[in-house]
Each structure stands twice: as structure tokens, then as C-alpha cells.
Design a binder for this molecule. Structure first.
Ligand SMILES: *Cc1c(COP(=O)(O)O)cnc(C)c1O
Length: 370
């Protein structure tokens, strides 16, 4: 096999293999089983939340969260223009309208001023996304939300263990939503979770996840629900990963420091920000280069690939996608083409990171049209 450093890969050890094997052997392979309850309880603890509801993936956890806070067709929900498409899609599943607002250039998360401008009488919720692991500025958001009676749903899919003023992501709004996709900070294969301190929201999400079956009368349903359940197999993998989460997060921070010592000397390069009030979970190493365009970025990524280094472009503004309305989001449009993500996973070695940094500088120097 040729030498290649991927952008991401899960760290699977003996604990993961042992829990998943135990789950398979037990025969509890679907969505009943002890690992589900353990994973939910321990994940709630991890976030400092009272309740947690697991789901088949992060996108359906977002959909469930929106349904559970009462979002209906025609409602408006404010979403950052720079995010993974799932944030907007979950809003669209309900027939509600994602209103795409601009981001803060340092944190890459929803700008509080842009949220304020986007509010109309039809606004019902805000979904701040803790993009690439950096928490959004939640006090500003919660103040706007309580003034206008809006629900705040944190999209923490990329921010397990991130903190805002010492409080964990997922415990900062009405509810938080996580993903455990294979490239996320911890994985269950596919998987998602809602965390909340609101008992009604918790019960509603749990009921809707299971075809809205009556909790007191089996096979009786009074509304249309979903099958968005997580399996015991997923939860076994997720629990093993959760038990290693603190180790993973510390390691990501260390890896980020290696990148900073490799690339930090360049005035035209910008690596991940960490606001004074934030603990960044560093889901992805972010590199923004002054003057980089979509075209020169493509060339840079091809050169990196040729020397065995994977990378990926920043997300594109959601408002550029054909199914969503245009938005006036100059910051998202300026930053999106200037950013790439570099390999970001816990089994990277210092030598790997040094090699990647050298290749980035070399590939960049070779470009005359930047
Ligand atoms: C990964 C991700 C999701 C969706 O999670 P899936 O488990 O892939 O469905 C939602 N929002 C953001 C910001 C994500 O990065």
C-alpha cells in the first residue's frame, strides 16, 4: 500500500472490540439492550446534562430535537450559513425554513449580530453550530433567544467535550445534538444523541423516536412518529469510545499544538482559533490562508494528495446550494474558499504532523498564482 495519511480515522482498541463482541454475543442486536441505557446515562453525565436520548445518527437526532421543541411547517429557524448540510436539512424535513445567517470570522460560529438581524415574527428557534469543535458564543445567543422566546438547539455534532465558560457543549441550550459518525470525536459507527435538562423535551423525543408509541399502551399511536433508534451494537462501540473521550480530547489538543509549532510562524496562515472563554475540542485542524481562492485551494489539495497527505475543503456556504435560498453572508463567503482541513485524528504521531506541515509549506511555496 502506498503511503497516505487520511483526514480522519477512528481509534479502535481492545475495549471497543470487547464491548461490541459482548453485545453481539448477548443476542441484543437491535435497539433494546443494556449498552443503550449505559451509553445514554454516561453521555448525559459527560455533558453535565440531566437526560440523553440516543438516535440512529446525528441528522435524525437534529430532526427529533426540532420536533420535540415544537417546530412546525412554515416556522423559521436560524442556522449558520457555514455548516455541514445536515443542520439545514433537518429543518427542511419539517417543512420549516432554514434562515441562513452569517458567522463570526474568528470562531466560525453564528454571529450574534447576524442572528439579531435574521429574526422575524415567524422565527421559532436558533441552531448555533459549534463548528470544527469551537463552541459558539452562547450567552449572546441565549439572551436574544429569551428576549424573543426562541428555542436554542446546539448542534454539537463536532464538539464533544468542548466547553463554553467551563460548561460542556450540549448543556448550553434547550437541548444539544451530537453525532457519532466514524470521523467525529467519538464514534458509534453511525449514531446520534440529544442531551437536555428539559424532562418534557426528553420524553417527547423518546416517544417520537419509537413511532410515537404510547408509553402506557403498547402498539397504540396517536401521532406519526419515526424509527430513529440506535442499536445496542452501536451503543457498545459508543460506550467504549466515551470511556476514552477525555484521553481523545487531550490528545487532539496536543496534536493541535504540534500543528501550531509546525505552521504557526507564518503570518499568512491562520490555524484554529480558541476564544478566551472557550475550550476548543479541535474536531478538525483548520488552516486558512490569506488570498487563497477555491481554485488555488484545489491545486494545493491535489499537491498534498500527491505527497500522501489527505485534506478537505471547508464547508461551502449552505446558501450556495440550489435547494436553499441565497443569503447575504459576506463573512461565510470570504472564509469558506480560503480554508482547508488537515489530518485530524488521535493516532497521528508527531512525525506525521511534522511531515504534513512540511508538505503544506512546500506545496504552498510552489504555487505562483496564490
Ligand atoms: C456530522 C454532522 C451532523 C450530522 O451527523 P450524522 O451523524 O452524520 O447524521 C450534523 N451537524 C454537523 C455540524 C455535523 O458535522
Amino acid at each position: 500500500m502506498t503511503f497516505f495519511i487520511p483526514i480522519s480515522q477512528p481509534s479502535i482498541g481492545e475495549k471497543e472490540i470487547s464491548y461490541v463482541t459482548d453485545a453481539v454475543r448477548s443476542g441484543w442486536v437491535s435497539s433494546i439492550g443494556p449498552y443503550i441505557e449505559d451509553f445514554e446515562r454516561r453521555f448525559a453525565e459527560f455533558c453535565g446534562s440531566q437526560y440523553a436520548v440516543s438516535a440512529s445518527n446525528g441528522t435524525c437526532a437534529l430532526h427529533l430535537a426540532l420536533l420535540a421543541v415544537g417546530i412546525k411547517a412554515g416556522d423559521e429557524v436560524i442556522v449558520p450559513d457555514l455548516t455541514f448540510i445536515a443542520t439545514a436539512n433537518a429543518v427542511a424535513y419539517i417543512g420549516a425554513l432554514p434562515i441562513l445567517a452569517d458567522i463570526d470570522p474568528a470562531t466560525l460560529c453564528l454571529s450574534p449580530a447576524a442572528v439579531e438581524r435574521a429574526i422575524t415574527p415567524r422565527t421559532r428557534a436558533i441552531i448555533p453550530v459549534h463548528l470544527y469543535g469551537h463552541p459558539a458564543d452562547m450567552d449572546a445567543r441565549n439572551a436574544i433567544a429569551s428576549q424573543h422566546k426562541l428555542a436554542v438547539i446546539e448542534d454539537a455534532a463536532e464538539a464533544h467535550g468542548a466547553e463554553y465558560k467551563g460548561q460542556k457543549a450540549g448543556s448550553l441550550g434547550r437541548c444539544g445534538v451530537f453525532s457519532f459518525y466514524g470521523n467525529k470525536i467519538i464514534t458509534s459507527g453511525e449514531g446520534g444523541m440529544i442531551t437536555t435538562g428539559d424532562e418534557t423535551l426528553y420524553r417527547t423525543a423518546k416517544r417520537l423516536r419509537d413511532h410515537a408509541m404510547s408509553p402506557t399502551k403498547r402498539y397504540w399511536h396517536e401521532e406519526v412518529g419515526y424509527n430513529y433508534r440506535m442499536t445496542n451494537l452501536q451503543a457498545a462501540l459508543g460506550l467504549a469510545q466515551l470511556e476514552r473521550a477525555d484521553e481523545f480530547i487531550a490528545r487532539r489538543s496536543e496534536i493541535m499544538n504540534w500543528y501550531r509549532s509546525g505552521l504557526g510562524h507564518r503570518a499568512d496562515f491562520r490555524l484554529n482559533h480558541e476564544a478566551p472563554w472557550a475550550k476548543n475540542a479541535y474536531w478538525m485542524v483548520c488552516l486558512e490562508i490569506d488570498g487563497m481562492t477555491a481554485r488555488s485551494r484545489q491545486k494545493l489539495m491535489e499537491k498534498l494528495r500527491d505527497c500522501g497527505v489527505d485534506s478537505r475543503p471547508y464547508f461551502y456556504p449552505v446558501s450556495d446550494m440550489p435547494m436553499y435560498p441565497d443569503a447575504d453572508t459576506p463573512v461565510a463567503h470570504r472564509i469558506s474558499p480560503a480554508g482547508i482541513n488537515l489530518p485530524s485524528f488521535v493516532d497521528l504521531t508527531r512525525d506525521d504532523v511534522n511531515f504534513i506541515c512540511r508538505q503544506v509549506e512546500k506545496s504552498f511555496e510552489g504555487q505562483s498564482d496564490l
